[in-house]
Write a protein that binds this ligand. Sequence first.
Ligand code: SAH
Length: 447
Amino acid sequence: MSLNDAVTVTITDLTDKGDGIGQLDGRTLYVSGALPGEQVQVRLHGVKPKYAQGELLAVLTPSVERVANFCRHDECGGCQIGILDYAAQLRLKRQRVQQALAAKGLSAEVAACLGMDEPYAYRNKALYAVQATANGAELGFFRKQSHDLVRCDDCGIQPALTAELVATVRDWLQAHDIAGYDEAAHSGTLRYLMLRDGRLSGQWQLVLVTLGEALPEVDDLLARLARFPQLHSVVQNINPQRGNRILGFSNRVLHGEEGIHDTLCGLDFYLTPLAFYQINPPQTAVLYQQALAACGLGGDETVFDIYCGIGTISLCLARQARRVVGIELVPEAIDAARANAERNGLDNTEFHAGAAEAVVPALYAAGYRADVVVVDPPRKGCERVVLETMLQMAPRTLVYVSCDPDSLARDLVYLTAHGYGLESVQPVDMFPHTLHVESVACLRRLG
Ligand code: SAH
């Protein structure tokens, strides 16, 4: 087997990045764009002793689950499984959760993944990178596993207005020869364009992330944007740091307010540029309803919401519980959670800023107890001391919201070994056409 050979291979699985996996002469072959069950012809690249990359030349026997990509930007790295029929995507996600649990010896039943009726234009947030090119500043998404830009104004998972706003910003940049970001030189004016919409409020926000304070020709930009009455907030965010972090910490309001409002589960939330907010509004409501139902609240409980962000789950819980205690690392998010509680008249909440691994044990030592605990940690899952302290509080119900099946499985092993029964695992599709899967696991104290 050598470089540039054209070979035929059968695909048997997908990697967690969405590449097809096949076997050839004792090597694992990775083929982007190929699906399990397909026979494909590929040209070999990067041949190593144990594996090789194959560039897809032709699909000889297509999978029955193959569909035409719903989005015309095949080259964009954002959606990994847009060529897989949506029902098959949901089956794949359920299987991913089942496999992660089985790999750790957990035998719980995993429910069918809850999907969308219309899995398109679902995102309420878009992040376009702005780069310096030979033809001036260009905006787009990154090509798979690279920082090469792909122009993607009319992205299939963004609402239609996105394309118009992106084009308006590009025209303005190019009209004034304003420089895009040069990553290698760490120079230029504009680094990113972020768009966010309140799906139920109809309010839009546009954020220009700049390297420094300077932002020339702002008046002309605002004049060009004046034809979008949906824009309630135009903000300059300054991020002078090198690296992959998108937003800096200082904001300058250029038009309207610093944030926009949105309604979620009947509650009003105020979203400033740095606020974490789930990106798929209808599915967030589904996810939160699942979490809430798993809590089985009767109205008299003290509930902990650990990793609470801006308090979205906390406030849903507060309508059905006696008291809710939210814990979150980012102080600005805790400020927002308090303001959101007040705005919605939910005075049975309290919020604590700090790392869960420090705050939860401190609250326990101060005498706090919980009847029900909800956790929604980042991908790496919960720190061991958070799990230990939860167990010491001995809540009757634990609800684990997870964006990573592997760390979920690891933490469930610990909890089920310490007096809790795993009652249900419900995957929810928050990110159609990508391999991400969110799950709600419900545990009850035994005995
Ligand atoms: N439940 C919220 C947020 C979930 S995202 C929602 O649905 O919107 C996970 C959150 O955990 C983020 O807000 C992140 O800032 C926070 N976080 C990350 N590490 C943390 C830690 N060590 N302690 C507390 N919070 C943390």
